[in-house]
Design a protein around this ligand. Sequence first.
Ligand code: FES
Length: 158
Amino acid sequence: MFRIPRLLKTCARMGGAIRSSGLLGTEPAPLQTPHLSGHWRQLASQDTVKFTFEFRDGARHEVAVKEGESLLDVVLDHDVDIDGFGACEGTLACSTCHLILPPEIYQTMSMEISDEEMDMLDLAFGLEDTSRLGCQCMVNKDYEGVVIKVPAGVNDQR
Ligand code: FES
């Protein structure tokens, strides 16, 4: 799971809110970015990948993200408006993060599907041949320019 970047973003946002609220009285020292180990530093330095979410009504939402982010984090961090998305926060308990990948992306990732994801996908609304759970899919450079389809509805299995 690549949850650390999201946690760091949240901490940075909270630090800014606390500083601007004046609760601390005096101006604290600037937030220090934690030292990133080699893997995270490599991810942070990579170029962005642009791709698009497409809704059933044809509306689109383009995003530009770093490689290594999960589609769950992408949807939440970029305010992609999918009702009820990610209800279990990536714990493979809900299937609300169901997305339909383009075949060329699905085929490159098909070996990564766990039994737990397959079980949860079986319960997803509007299942298609290239369906995946967004919390289990990590963005890589192959996502550049692709269109990911948003199902017509969600099915929360919790
Ligand atoms: S967020 Fe619940 S299964 Fe993916």
